[in-house]
Design a protein around this ligand. Structure first.
Ligand SMILES: Nc1ncnc2c1ncn2[C@@H]1O[C@H](COP(=O)(O)OP(=O)(O)O)[C@@H](O)[C@H]1O
Ligand SMILES: [Mg+2]
Length: 287
């Protein structure tokens, strides 16, 4: 649904200095035979002196759900945040390697990180509606950006896409904070969709929700993925298996921090993992 313009507006910020890249390590990492929305190439990241990612390379296909799984602390959230430059907001972060969005390095010079984050939206673990009405939550980004279209239509279509419209259409003035947890998370999804992104990053979006609210979000993801590319971090392997088309398994071990161990079609990775560590993790032997 989204038209891809390939110019991301220039920013005043300077680009990070170039560094020598990690060698590509492929192992059990497939290259999907589908167009990539996001291509990550030999990405490494440090928080100050502490390394969090080591030479991660993977291509994330358009209009698919890709799940990032792995034990706590293995770098899933760090990798996710590096896909829309959210890590830029953390002092002392340094990266090497590239993240390309439809072929454009989002860390290149002349790239505006605000525009990157508009196209590559994010939904967080804990639903975080603004202390504003349901309507104003969804309209927020459009107002900030001086949206010229019909705001009522935008709010309605975004709430419909987020499968929340029928539940709130008579209460649009009610506070977003008055909704249930699951509704709040769908409101946050509506707020993200109203900015017209084409990639949506979700960091454990269901971990604060009950099973019914979780299934609603999963159904919603399967529905909207026709129009968006979704990348979800989850510690719930059943969820990864239910909702995703591709799965990436990450691990930190004694020698290497935040590495990609295996990446493939979800069905294949869960039924016939190529790496023993993937097998051990998905069969519940650790993590
Ligand atoms: N803002 C931060 N500052 C310093 N270290 C961080 C920060 N965020 C995460 N880390 C560290 O980076 C590593 C990876 O964390 P994270 O990406 O949150 O893992 P996951 O999402 O897989 O649990 C961990 O060792 C964590 O402590
Ligand atoms: Mg995390």
């Amino acid at each position: 649904m989204t038209e891809i313009r390939i110019d991301l507006r220039p920013a005043a910020q300077s680009a990070p200095a170039a560094h020598a890249m990690e060698p590509a390590s492929r192992g059990h990492v497939i290259e999907p035979a589908e167009p990539a929305a996001i291509s990550i190439d030999r990405l490494s990241l440090w928080y100050g002196h502490k390394r969090a990612l080591t030479g991660v390379s993977l291509d994330i296909p358009v209009n698919r759900v890709t799940a990032l799984i792995g034990p706590s602390g293995c770098g899933k959230s760090t990798l996710l945040r590096s896909i829309n430059r959210m890590n830029d907001l953390i002092p002392g972060v340094r990266i090497e390697g590239t993240v390309a969005y439809h072929g454009i390095n989002i860390y290149g010079k002349d790239i505006d990180p605000v525009e990157v984050r508009r196209r590559i939206g994010m939904v967080f673990q804990k639903p975080n509606p603004f202390p504003k009405s349901i309507y104003d939550n969804v309209a927020f980004g459009a107002r900030v950006n001086g949206y010229r279209g019909n705001l009522d239509d935008l709010v309605e279509s975004s709430l419909r896409r987020a499968a929340l419209w029928d539940e709130v259409k008579n209460d649009l003035k009610k506070s977003g904070l008055a909704l249930s947890g699951g509704q709040q998370q769908r409101l946050c999804i509506a707020r993200a969709l109203a900015n017209d992104p084409d990639v949506i990053l979700m960091d454990e979006p269901c971990s604060a929700l009950d099973p019914i609210a979780t299934l609603k979000i999963e159904d919603l993801m399967r529905e909207i993925v026709k129009d968006y590319t979704i990348i979800i971090v989850t510690h719930n392997m059943q969820q990864a298996a239910r909702v995703s088309d591709y799965t990436a398994f990450m691990l930190t071990d004694e020698t290497t921090t935040g590495q990609l161990i295996e990446y493939g079609r979800t069905q294949e990775l869960f039924t016939n993992p190529g790496d023993r560590r993937t097998e051990d993790y998905i069969s519940g032997r650790f993590g």
